[in-house]
Design a protein around this ligand. Structure first.
Ligand code: ZN
Length: 404
């Protein structure tokens, strides 16, 4: 009984400490009064907690705020994350490069590096490049590191901590990346697919904070879809969720590298968009893309600039994509679909408008729901923000201790 009571008092203490930290993370330069109001803690316990957080070097009263608050009539001293507060390492294993960043608990990045893949790639090279960048990040970091968050192109198994077999990815398969990084560094490692990481970043730090049911669509050379249900990331039983690109939109369509038929990615793809533009140019339609290289960026940018052949290719892409999105909307009933597309914001707005129009036209019971398609809060930084948020989220939910 004594032990039980002892541990539960300790639990409450840890929980309150976490509550105060989360409030400071969420609201930079916050006063003690505002923290008390937001947390509902008594002045006494809040004061103790802030004292502990300051002593541990996690929270500080920035010098300028202290000077201001000393003058009569000024607002009371503000608190903020200290310059030496703990940080996290984020890793993004993308289709073309590996990116590593170090950020604070707000996922503000203060160090980052990336390395493009060489032409000849294999598992050893991928692991070697990733570890080299992580080592460099750790060597450059003067702050306590809480853990490492890894986002990778799918499919991934978060249950096994393994990068499975991404389509068209140098034949690389079944890389136990979590075990490798954890053994090499000794830090806790958290892992998910890139689209799921994007959803996590949106939920914890983006506009998605205000929404409990949304989809996070990652578009580029593949199509991934992070899912947030009732305020929580939903990666599934085995952590295999989010592979929207491999949902079939044609049961007897061509065979996909994943083994299924008629997968969305075979239709909503850069290759198809390029073919579409080429056919229209060959038919005599004037286009700024006539002699240009045709890829995701050039086609989207031309569409934004009003090129009719490019615009028509993007519309066809959205026709296919919206077909799968309507299924997602009918199953998950999200309020918002966020789009991240690594391109200029105008391209995001174009895709959002085209998709919203198409999904709304076909979804079930349009009069009974609000559903909009918008650009993600962090744009091209979405996945890295999410990789860092994988660690921050574990601090916020109490899984990962942030002070001794
Ligand atoms: Zn497939």
């Amino acid at each position: 009984m004594e032990n039980l009571r002892g541990s539960s008092v300790n639990d409450v203490k840890l929980q309150n400490r976490r509550l105060v930290l989360c409030t400071i993370v969420e609201r930079p330069m916050i006063s003690r009064g505002e923290i008390a109001e937001a947390t509902g803690l008594s002045k006494m316990s809040m004061s103790n907690i802030i004292g502990e957080l300051m002593q541990a070097g996690i929270v500080c009263e920035p010098a300028q705020a202290r000077a201001e608050s000393a003058s009569p009539g000024r607002r009371p001293a503000y608190l903020d994350l200290a310059d030496a507060s703990p940080c996290e390492v984020g890793v993004f294993i993308s289709r073309h490069d590996v990116q590593v960043a170090v950020g604070d608990l707000r996922t503000h990045v203060f160090w980052s590096r990336s390395a493009s893949y060489p032409e000849r790639m294999d598992e050893r090279t991928l692991v070697g490049m990733t570890l080299a960048l992580i080592r460099e990040a750790l060597a450059n970091c003067r702050r306590p590191v809480l853990g490492i968050g890894i986002a990778a192109i799918g499919p991934v198994s978060t249950q096994r901590g393994t990068l499975l077999q991404p389509a068209n990815f140098y034949g690389i398969h079944d890389v136990p990346i979590v075990r490798i990084v954890a053994e090499e560094t000794g830090y806790p490692v958290f892992f998910t697919a890139d689209s799921m990481a994007g959803a996590q970043g949106e939920k914890l730090f983006g506009e998605g904070r205000a929404h409990d049911n949304f989809l996070f669509l990652l578009l580029w050379e593949g199509i991934g879809c992070g899912v947030v249900v009732d305020g929580k990331l939903h990666a599934g039983e085995h952590g295999l969720g989010g592979e929207l690109g491999h949902t079939s939109i044609r049961f007897d369509g061509p065979v996909c590298p994943c083994g299924s038929r008629g997968c969305l990615e075979l239709y909503a793809s850069t290759a198809r968009m390029a073919e579409h533009v080429r056919a229209r140019v060959e038919a005599g339609e004037p286009s700024r893309l006539k002699d240009a290289q045709l890829n995701w960026s050039t086609i989207l940018n031309a569409a934004v600039a009003g090129d009719s052949a490019a615009r028509s290719a993007v519309e066809e892409y959205c026709d296919y994509l919206s077909c799968a999105l309507v299924n997602m909307v009918n199953v998950f009933d999200p309020e918002i679909i966020y789009i991240c597309q690594y391109e200029n914001p105008k391209a995001g707005e174009l895709l959002a408008a085209l998709l919203q129009e198409r999904v709304r036209a076909r979804m079930l019971a349009p009069d009974c729901r609000r559903m909009s398609v918008r650009c993600s809060t962090f744009g091209s930084r979405s996945v890295m923000t999410g990789a860092l948020a994988l660690v921050a989220g574990k601090v916020f939910d109490g899984t990962l201790p942030f002070m001794p």
